[in-house]
Write a new protein. Sequence first.
Length: 101
Amino acid sequence: MHVTLVHVHVVADHVDDFIDATRANHEASVREAGNLRFDVLQSADDPTRFVLYEAYRTADDAAAHKQTEHYLRWRDTVADWMAEPRRGEPYRGLLPARFGA
């Protein structure tokens, strides 16, 4: 399982806009063939900070996500709302084991 934690810091005036745009990306992403999870988390302490938990079966599936129309639309839509560049951290998912290695 290929997992990416994407850390996002949004300008305060665009938090609701970011959530709306990210909801649309989430809804399309979870329908991708290689997607296992696509969670959107908002900090309880700072509502301008988010983590996107993206789990795909393989690194190729994750790379394919970056070529989808919905991802490219999301990327371009939210670009000016970033308080700082978003940061993705890749992980190798170990458990739950039902997703495979």
